[in-house]
Design a protein around this ligand. Structure first.
Ligand code: HSE
Length: 318
């Protein structure tokens, strides 16, 4: 039974969270590798005495995503409070979204991570939430850790799951690595993309991806000149190509031109990992020349910090 006195510790508190976009898989690293990108959703959450959950959304998703307790950010805040054994207070959320939805840039991971980080901030001094717990709470909701790990911790992350839950290793990316994402106007749900995966794959293809994903870690942290060879994949992109035909066509064209192009996450955006900044401009020229529909290029730095949470005062808003 939740008593007002138990919930009162957080009431009156307000926090501001910032969470980066992410690109998962990076070609061969299916459900394992992820990169944080400098494009951010922001969230303010206030814990109030009046029960209930109210959400305001501006920017991406405004007028589309739910504004009650079924909102994904709100669900994440509630999940964290409950999993940490804390009574859920009344919640007022203001989300300012920039990360495109349904494009393979980790918008659902960002929503989940922002809610978990808000709960961590609201519970500061009441419950200590370590990085392992943050990753576990976020993965509970996302289902796989490859987007939530870089959204939480920044940089390049390797994520894996054991019987104890998800773990991660964060790495710093070589400064030559120059990402550019091309975002189409169409969307693709991760659920649909995952439904196109076969239940099993040939051993030869598994071996192919093991070698490329091992090489990709070396390419990203030390040897960007190996990025083209290191971003080949046989585990997911070909199976999903029919759901995003232009993505597939453009990736083939870019790779033929020597650029390390891959599907970003579950797509349909595509990611080029340039080995130096000039490759981004080259990629943008090629996409503009060869595309049929409109693709928005986003030349993004690698985010190094991951999600942040800070106390927020009403005065800070004006
Ligand atoms: N690894 C995930 C997938 C990323 O490709 O399905 C998208 O959530």
């Amino acid at each position: 039974m939740i008593t007002p006195s138990r919930a009162s510790g957080v009431i009156g508190r307000s926090v501001k969270v910032r969470v980066p976009a992410t690109s998962a898989n990076l070609g061969p690293g299916f459900d394992t590798l992820g990169l944080a990108l400098a494009l951010y959703d922001e969230l303010v959450v206030a814990a109030v005495a009046e029960p209930g959950i109210h959400v305001e959304v501006t920017g991406v998703g405004q007028g589309e995503v739910p504004t009650d307790g079924s909102n994904l950010v709100a669900q994440a805040v509630v999940h964290a409070f409950e999993a940490l054994g804390q009574p859920v207070p009344g919640l007022r959320l203001q989300a300012a979204n920039v990360i495109p939805h349904g494009r393979g840039l980790g918008s659902s991971a960002a929503a989940i991570v922002s809610g978990i980080m808000a709960a961590k901030g609201l519970l500061e001094g009441i419950v200590d939430v370590d990085s392992h717990t943050l990753l576990r709470l976020a993965t509970d909701l996302e289902g796989h850790p490859d987007n939530v790990a870089p959204a939480l911790f920044g940089g390049l992350t390797i994520a894996w799951t054991t019987s104890e839950g998800p773990s991660h290793k964060r790495l710093l990316v070589h400064r030559g690595v120059s990402p550019v994402v091309f975002v189409p106007s169409t969307t693709l749900s991760t659920k649909l993309a995952r439904s196109l995966q076969p239940a099993s794959v040939p051993h030869e293809d598994a071996t192919f991806n093991v070698s490329r994903s091992a090489l990709l870690v070396a390419a990203l942290i030390q040897s960007p000149e190996l990025l083209l060879a290191a971003t080949e994949d046989r585990l997911h992109q070909s199976y999903r190509a029919k759901a995003m035909p232009e993505t597939d066509t453009l990736i083939r064209m870019l790779r033929d031109a020597g650029l390390a192009a891959v599907v970003s996450g579950a797509g349909p955006s595509l990611l080029v990992l340039g080995s130096d900044p000039s490759q981004r401009l080259f990629a943008a020229e090629l996409v503009a020349e060869h595309s049929v529909s409109t693709w928005r290029p986003l030349m993004l730095a690698v985010d190094l910090k991951g999600a942040t949470v800070n106390p927020h005062s009403v005065e800070a808003q004006v």
